[in-house]
Design a protein around this ligand. Structure first.
Ligand code: ADP
Length: 467
């Protein structure tokens, strides 16, 4: 029986067919989980340095193929080639960081009330872990889930987004070439049905998910019903707060970068800018001037700041959300659909800035996932922080100020898992914890030392003398 396939096309030019990929069905998914289960004991019992050697080798192979993989990333996801290259190098850094974890201390010795007892904790792998990933970081996100999973002795099934099958295939080649034993890394391809089949498969111990809030809730429900551990990274409505004493030039540049790089298709993208009244008009003028300068076109050409959106559906969603905001009373200062020569076959929009946004409008509350920035105004610091916190999400937040006092107060008071002072909302270094508060996550963190909390389970062990 020939397997079902699905097509993937280039979002910059849909005439470019990237390929037809196998759509894994429930049987394929169960076989992958079974293979991961069979591979688990030997992988779990391998010494940490042996697991590390494979991850280091994978990092070297990824580095050697960086130009080819970055080109594939731009072709299937749309982001600019420098961003795609940066993401691939981040993948290399993630692999190396977690390879290093293979021989680091990973438990505690706890003082026992009995002097003859040795009381300690040891961490064991979670087991067989499903990784359900989105399309917007098709190299970095699979790796920042898989690298800790593997180094701590788990086996994995990667279910990438149906919008980014090629990068997942290339990563799989890299991992196999690096010497992972059969069954330790398994790839299943396809969309919602394949993901749903993974959640239904027998023998899963955990699922790490990054994607929309709606799907995250489905994963959580399945985890509760089927008894697997889950970790969710979902949406954001990330604010930048610009205070009256800020370096405006820097604040404008980094707000634009946070909002418009990768066409705003990041869960950490800046989607609200909250301006303290005294600088609001001046900031807005400079912001719009800068955003109007940004060029939009294929990610393969370095002159373009923004590439296409991922799909026609994503494009219509952005345009519809802006229309709804206008109907609610927001004023569009710049942005629109782009359909002129050379761009007609891609999913392009020019970046939007919306003024006169009120906090109760949908555009101020719900994630758009595109290059759309809403301006809100606040009379003072406290009002700005209250606005920043007045949404369901809490992923990342930035403040621009020269005041140490206000910077520290912001870091304490803002409801976000990642806070930056005088920096953009997107982009956390790979060795630091990544995750959100409130509706943005399931209260867990990825990356860095924090990743071990999800991918391991603790045993408390006490040893007493026999006689
Ligand atoms: P986005 O809208 O950003 O694509 P999704 O949450 O739809 O976000 O997708 C994130 C990942 O979740 C993708 O790999 C997608 O195929 C997968 N997915 C979507 N729906 C389901 C579902 N019902 N069950 C499991 N996985 C799903």
């Amino acid at each position: 029986m020939p397997q079902n396939t699905f097509e993937k096309r280039n979002p910059a030019d849909t005439r470019d067919l990237i390929g037809a990929f196998p759509a894994s069905n429930a049987n394929d998914v169960q076989s992958a989980v079974d293979a991961a289960r069979r591979a688990l004991p030997a992988w779990r019992d391998l010494a940490g340095d042996a697991r590390a050697a494979i991850l280091f080798k994978a990092a070297d192979l990824l580095l050697a193929r960086k130009d080819e993989i970055a080109a594939a990333l731009t072709r299937e996801e749309g982001k600019s080639l420098p961003e795609a290259t940066g993401e691939t190098l981040r993948g290399v850094a993630i692999l190396r960081y977690f390879a290093g974890e293979g021989l680091r201390p990973i438990g505690d010795v706890i003082p026992s009330l009995n002097p003859q007892t040795m009381l300690f904790t040891q961490r064991f792998p979670l087991g067989v872990v499903g990784l359900i990933t989105p399309w917007n970081f098709p190299v970095a996100i699979p790796l920042w889930k898989a690298a800790p999973a593997l180094i701590y002795g788990n086996t994995v099934i990667l279910k990438p987004s149906e919008h980014a099958p090629l990068c997942a295939q290339m990563l799989t080649e890299v991992m196999h070439e690096a010497g992972l034993p059969a069954g330790v890394w398994n790839l299943v391809q396809g969309g919602r049905e394949t993901g749903a089949a993974l959640l239904e498969a027998a023998g899963l111990n955990g699922v790490s998910f990054t994607g929309s809030t709606a799907t995250g809730k489905i994963v959580a429900r399945a985890g509760v019903e089927r008894g697997f551990k889950y970790q969710l990274e979902m949406g954001g409505k990330n604010p930048v707060v610009v205070l009256a004493d800020a370096n405006l030039e820097k604040a404008v540049e980094l707000t634009v970068q946070g909002a418009m790089k990768s066409a705003g298709e990041k869960c950490t993208a800046t989607s609200r800018v909250i301006l303290e009244e005294p600088i609001a008009d001046e900031f807005t003028r400079r912001l719009v001037e800068r955003v109007k300068e940004l060029k939009v076109g294929p990610g393969t050409d370095a002159q373009f700041y923004l590439g296409p959106l991922i799909s026609g559906e994503a494009k219509s969603n952005v345009l519809r959300r802006v229309e709804e905001a206008q109907a609610d009373g927001a004023k569009v200062l710049c942005g629109g659909a782009l359909e002129e020569d050379g761009l007609a076959h891609g999913h392009y929009v020019s970046p939007f800035v919306l003024d006169e946004v009120r906090p109760d409008m949908t555009i101020a509350r719900e994630e758009v996932f595109g290059p759309v920035l809403a301006i809100l105004r606040a009379p003072d610091f406290d009002a700005a922080v209250a606005l920043a916190n007045d949404v369901a999400y809490g992923l990342s937040a930035s403040v621009f100020t020269r005041s140490l006092d206000k910077a520290l107060r912001f870091a304490r008071e803002v409801e976000a898992g990642m806070v930056r002072v005088n920096g953009e909302t997107a982009g956390v270094e790979p060795q630091a914890p990544f995750g959100g508060m409130k509706a943005s996550s399931s209260y867990s963190r990825e990356q860095g030392q924090a990743a071990r909390e999800f991918y391991t389970q603790i045993k408390t062990i006490s040893v007493d003398l026999a006689d």
